[in-house]
Design a protein around this ligand. Structure first.
Ligand code: H79
Length: 448
């Protein structure tokens, strides 16, 4: 290097350094609060978008409905369905002593099922907090002989085992007298006529603050119950901003059965795939946000000892695959008992799903909906240029497909067995010999 060149480099380094100092000084002259706000907005963007991406890739989560309603063991709506007044319902709390609860076992179960996250009820419509809240005595630490905080144990275990944790939070509250005026439900709870709804919302924000500051990193808040009073002033923007301020990457979603509202990070559907409406209250609008479908394993969310109508493993796997083919995560529910145990009908099915995912997870995790939309025979998923056909329900040897751009051939995912694929009048015909078909899901790779 000549001396002249060295001098030029040196000068330009100096210039760059002084420009940086100038810029820093200019920055410092911005009002502190504006700088902080800009920085916060930027972090929210980056951390939140990264969390959304993680969510889209995760595909499978465990929903846990667990509360004092596990004592009567007739589902989480028992208070409403049986018209039980608050004074009577409160008597379940002294009977709630879930000594068999093991955070370690539940997190291990979710992991062995191939689930990437857990969403648990921190408070359901009965208002009972499953955590150590200071906002009301109506909580598992103060009102039960158990006197422990299972959500803290679960959060710690999730962090230890590397699985994400969401908190379900019911905005509807049949217990808090400030949830007033009543909406469509809670009329048999025998509560005082009157209350201050803004004070209720302060209470809710205070509980959410506890959940987002006392339990380490939380993947998101899953709201439910707003549908009870759709026209009320819920102060959503204030609550959503509070959540994002406390944990910018926490994903906010709400089961309000409406189009997503500003501040929400994912859209959810209950017991239905996006676009379907067998439940009767699912809107058909599908946003660009990450999507999730919650589903019961039998017919109940909270433990219902009379419900033995458990879905079969093939049916559950097909639901997971269909969801993946519709860009949607499956949040599959279990309801632990009043002792905190998970009944074997749940755990066995979850483990079998995990075994299936061990063999086929590559065609599910991290994929996006493939080029052929949901069909009666199945779905397609896609990762990069690889397309997976998931043939879930097709009795014949030949399957007609729409044309897929760039397709050159096809083979079975398992064993690389080549399959015949012929072009026909702008479409495709795939031959599926009987021995290559799997009654649960025949996975075919389209070569491109
Ligand atoms: O937590 C589980 C359920 O307890 C809760 N969401 C799942 C995840 C849930 N509660 N109710 N629903 C779901 C269905 C809501 C039904 C409704 Fe209606 C139909 C709300 C408004 C119309 C019936 C009439 C119930 C309230 C008024």
């Amino acid at each position: 290097m000549t001396n002249c060149v060295k001098r030029v480099l040196w000068v330009s380094l100096l210039l760059t350094a002084s420009a940086a100092v100038c810029m820093a000084q200019a920055g410092a002259s911005l009002p502190d609060d504006r700088l902080a706000a800009n920085q916060q907005a930027a972090n929210l963007q980056a951390d939140n978008l990264q969390a959304r991406d993680w969510f889209r890739n995760a595909k499978f989560g465990l929903f846990i409905h667990w509360g004092v309603y596990s004592v009567p063991a007739a589902g989480e709506w028992v208070m409403e369905v049986r018209h039980i007044p608050v004074s009577e319902y409160e008597k379940f709390a002294p009977q709630f002593n879930p000594q068999a609860f093991s955070a370690k076992e539940i997190v291990s179960l979710a992991k062995s099922a191939g689930m990437r996250y857990i969403t648990i009820t921190s408070k359901h419509h009965d208002g009972f907090a499953m955590f150590a809240t200071k906002q009301t005595k109506w909580n598992i630490v103060d009102a039960t002989p158990y006197a422990r905080d299972p959500l803290k144990e679960l959060a710690d275990e999730c962090h230890r085992q590397g699985i994400k944790l969401f908190f379900y939070y019911s905005q509807l509250d049949w217990h808090n007298p400030d949830y007033w005026p009543l909406g469509q439900t809670g009329h048999a709870a025998g509560r005082p006529e009157g209350g201050d709804f803004n004070r209720y919302l302060d209470f809710m924000d205070a509980q959410l603050t506890e959940l987002l500051t006392g339990y380490g990193e939380i993947a998101g808040i899953w709201f439910d119950g707003m549908w009870d009073k759709p026209g009320a002033e819920w102060r959503l923007q204030r609550t959503y901003a509070l959540i994002h301020k406390l944990q910018p990457a926490a994903l906010v979603g709400s089961n309000h059965h409406q189009k997503p509202i500003d501040g929400e990070d994912f859209q959810m559907f209950e017991q239905d795939l996006p676009g379907e409406n067998t439940a009767g209250f699912n809107q058909t609008y599908i946003s660009d946000l990450p999507l999730e479908m919650s589903m019961t394993l039998n017919g109940a969310w909270g433990y219902n000892k009379g419900d033995k109508d458990f879905k079969s493993v093939p049916k559950l796997i097909k639901s997971l695959v269909r969801a993946a083919g519709a860009n949607t995560n499956l949040l599959l529910n279990i309801g632990p008992t009043e002792s905190g145990a998970v009944i074997p009908e749940f755990s066995q099915r979850l483990q079998e799903m995990g075994a299936w995912l061990q063999r086929n997870g590559e065609t599910i995790y991290g994929t996006r909906a493939g080029p052929i939309p949901l069909r009666p025979w199945g779905v397609t998923t896609q990762k990069g240029s690889v397309v997976y056909l998931h043939i879930l329900d097709w009795p014949d040897e030949y399957l007609a497909l729409p044309f897929v751009q760039g397709v050159k051939g096809a083979h079975l995912y398992h064993g690389n067995v080549p399959l015949k694929l012929a072009a026909l009048d702008g479409g495709l015909v795939l031959k599926l010999p009987k021995e290559s078909r799997d009654p649960v899901d025949t996975i075919v790779v389209l070569e491109r």
